[in-house]
Design a binder for this molecule. Structure first.
Ligand code: ATP
Ligand code: LTN
Length: 339
């Protein structure tokens, strides 16, 4: 973990407002680290609504989800006094830097992104937009615009982060050292990929089947029901064996992340007990861990003017950095810098 001296280094991350509620994968894979990094980095966190446009959302739903997502960041512990919390579309430099980066990104390079390949295979040629193709370049712009050193994300974003690093290095090679900071992924191995409760070989995802997901804003009884109905593996013994017992390993990972006990410690505690015992206890742990989160989110959403004030202040602070960094890069490209 970084020392206090790193407070002058920046962390950046974003989450798309593509659902009413974040899920446990988003929380354990990303948001939890966002909160922890606040004591060692200057953190900039964004509701990335421009990215969400790639799935063609209904405008009213998008607007509502932007607010709900911001409220959940705050409820999780993002502190607007210490960190910058803002909506991506409020800072136009994100789209502007994307264009500059588009012009140094290879077509093949962008086409190799596995998330694009998966999503476009699902959508078919007619459904795929240029926006979906360009998604990782916009993500690189998000990161480079704040000179971010670290980017806390889940495992599924590793390849996108590699592209961001490549683009930063290319900027420095072509336009001189100091054009961009080369960012590093911050991926915590134990929670980098939380799996679907019904299919423990697939990642828990907003687009997965509802019964495989724990939404952070779910009612306690729904949370308990989903955990108790989670698919487990053959055999009876509770052991830590991600390869052969992915269902139990997923439950142990979640249990471990929510309590701070290691999976090995949990295995010892459950020696001689049945899968059912583990599920009943984990259901209680998850319900209690998420209860305050749900209550705090409701409080933030019940006070729209406070939420607006936080987001406006965040946009102003983000703009200050973004304008300066964009100006530096644009000047080196030889294009004008807006006044
Ligand atoms: P989803 O896959 O849930 O539909 P997403 O990954 O497309 O969502 P975001 O909502 O923007 O998009 O993801 C926010 C963050 O949550 C990212 O850092 C991502 O890596 C992380 N994340 C998403 N799902 C998981 C998971 N199952 N396990 C760990 N981290 C995850
Ligand atoms: N692509 C990310 C969301 C995202 C992001 C970013 C993450 C957009 N811009 C910048 C880190 C840094 C995802 O999780 N789907």
């Amino acid at each position: 973990m970084a020392g206090v001296s790193e407070l002058n280094r920046r962390a950046f991350s974003g989450i798309q407002p593509t659902a009413d509620s974040l899920h446990l994968g988003n929380y354990l894979g990303a948001l939890k680290q966002w909160v922890e990094l606040q004591s060692s980095f200057q953190c900039v966190y964004s509701v990335v609504d421009l990215h969400a446009l790639t799935v063609g959302p209904d405008p009213a739903a998008l607007r509502q989800r932007v607010r709900a997502t911001a409220a959940q960041f705050l409820a999780a512990g993002v502190d607007p006094e210490r960190s910058i919390l803002f909506i991506q579309s409020q800072v136009p430099e994100h789209a502007m830097l994307t264009w500059l980066l588009n012009c140094i990104t290879g077509f093949g390079e962008a086409g190799r992104m596995t998330q694009f390949k998966d999503k476009s295979a699902r959508l078919g040629e007619k459904g795929v937009t240029v926006g979906l193709f360009d998604y990782p370049v916009l993500m690189a712009a998000d990161i480079l615009l704040y000179d971010a050193h670290v980017v806390p994300v889940g495992e599924d974003q590793r390849q996108h982060l590699e592209l961001s690093r490549d683009l930063a290095e290319r900027l420095n090679a072509r336009y001189g050292e100091g054009t961009a900071v080369v960012p590093e992924a911050y991926i915590v191995k134990s929670t980098a990929k939380i799996y679907d409760l019904q299919d423990p070989t697939a990642k828990m995802s907003k687009t997965g089947h509802p019964s495989g997901i724990i939404e952070l804003l779910d009612e306690p009884k729904v949370i308990a029901k989903r955990i108790k109905a989670a698919v487990t593996d053959s055999g009876m013994e509770i052991t830590w064996d991600p390869e052969n017992k992915p269902g139990i390993a997923n439950l142990l990972s979640i249990y471990s992340a929510l309590t701070g006990k290691s999976p090995q410690q949990l295995v010892q505690e459950y020696e001689g007990k049945m899968y059912g015992h583990l599920k009943v206890d984990l259901a209680d742990v998850a319900v209690e861990a998420l209860r305050p989160f749900r209550e705090k989110t409701a409080l933030f959403l019940a006070d729209p003017s406070q939420l607006d004030a936080i987001l406006d202040q965040g946009a102003a602070r983000a703009s200050e950095i973004a304008r300066q960094v964009y100006g530096r890069v644009a000047q080196r490209f030889g294009v004008s810098v807006p006044r």
